[in-house]
Ligand binder design. Structure first.
Ligand code: SIN
Length: 373
């Protein structure tokens, strides 16, 4: 699609190679806001501001119209840090509707700051025969070298490939930026401004685009615990604070919850490394919360790697260890698990329901026997 060299004219598109209009794939673009929907022109005093609807975002890549039919749905127009669990639910419902309508793939345009959260939430709940690609941009649509149009093109390329259409398991939810396809479970934003900010750590990306090809490094599909019998409408009601540790940190929220002064459904602790230790004034109230019947889950603040599944101070076995999930993803899984308890025969206990979901993913620590060496 690009020129053949410096000073040479752009080659024209050979329309005889294009799919017939009746055979073109259809993708549904679901808009939520973010920088990908922003322009510098719209900002009153520097920076950029949200100004573009889904059709304007797609309009920046005119070539797409030659290859795919595109339909649209807007579920929000916010910066991604302002999106609520309710908005994530609305994205999931819009993706389910898109599948029922017979489209071949779903593209969610999204702010990059919380894109990994919404993608992870959707990967936990969606079991579709079509892929869902979350796409954002680090630069506004009218900035020099805007990345949104290219990311959108990559997402369309992904959604129209057969490798991402799985019928016997969920087709998966991905974050597609900077010519890379990341699994929703693994991806995290690692730099506040750089284009190459999205990273999947030791797992690596699922695939990387070149100009003409897609290099697939891992099997497409979902890498989360695919949940069932959750109640999407109940999810926004769940109150699950994250309590972080640090030198001498205190846990006022946990104290209030344990004392019955603050009504929470569960607590997620953001602990330290493999052992998941926390400051004394975080650990003490955590035990009190457990004694008060509040489910507690533990995640690590370390970027990559799992936590010891068995270690738990003097409360071994009580706290649910959320493998290698960061606290913001662990919290979403806990929220969904809380909506599942009463729909799962045999589970009348939220803590055990959360524990069950924590050991169900492809990476679950107990799928491999511990080494004796
Ligand atoms: C946002 O997350 O909504 C703002 C930042 C971005 O989209 O890159």
């Amino acid at each position: 699609m690009g020129g053949t060299g410096v000073g040479e004219p752009e080659p024209t598109l050979d329309k005889s190679l294009l799919p017939d209009a009746s055979e073109r794939p259809e993708v549904r673009v679901i808009a939520t806001g973010g920088t990908i929907a922003s322009t510098e022109e719209a900002a009153e005093d520097g920076g950029y501001a949200r100004s573009e609807g889904a059709e304007q975002i797609v309009g920046a890549v005119p070539i797409l119209e030659e290859f795919v039919d595109i339909s649209y749905e807007s579920v929000a127009n916010k910066g991604s840090s302002s999106l609520l669990v309710e908005d994530y639910v609305n994205v999931a419902k819009a993706a389910m509707r898109a599948e029922v309508d017979g489209v071949d793939g779903v593209i969610v345009t999204h702010g990059t700051d919380a894109i990994e959260e919404d993608a992870f939430f959707n990967d936990l709940v969606l079991d579709l025969d079509i892929p869902v690609a979350f796409v954002g941009a680090m630069r506004a649509g009218d900035s020099v070298s805007a990345d949104g149009p290219r990311n959108l093109l990559s997402a369309v390329r992904m959604c129209t490939r057969s490798e991402f259409h799985l019928s016997d398991e969920p087709s998966g939810v991905y974050v597609v930026l900077n010519e890379q396809i990341h699994a929703a479970r693994d991806v995290t934003k690692t730099h506040t401004t750089k284009l190459e900010t999205f990273d999947s750590g030791p797992a690596g990306p699922i695939g990387v685009f070149t100009d003409n090809e897609l290099m697939l490094y891992r099997e497409p599909g979902s890498y989360t615990a695919n949940l069932s019998n959750y109640d999407l409408d109940a999810a926004p009601e769940m109150v699950v604070p994250i309590v972080a540790t640090g030198a001498g940190a205190e846990a006022y929220v946990t104290e209030q919850a344990a004392a019955g002064e603050y009504d929470v459904d569960a607590i997620v602790i953001q602990a330290t490394g493999w052992w998941g230790g926390t400051a004394p004034d975080v650990s003490g109230p955590t035990g009190d919360a457990l004694d008060a019947g509040i489910p507690v889950a533990r995640s690590t603040r370390v970027h990559w790697g799992p936590m010891n599944p068995g270690y738990d101070d003097d409360r071994e076995g009580d706290i649910v260890v959320m493998e290698d999930l960061p606290s913001w993803k662990a919290r979403l899984q806990v929220i969904l698990a809380l909506t599942m308890t009463e729909n799962h025969p045999g589970y009348d206990d939220d803590l055990e329901m959360i524990r069950e979901t924590a050991t169900e993913s492809k990476y679950a620590l107990d799928v491999v026997a511990p080494s004796t060496v």
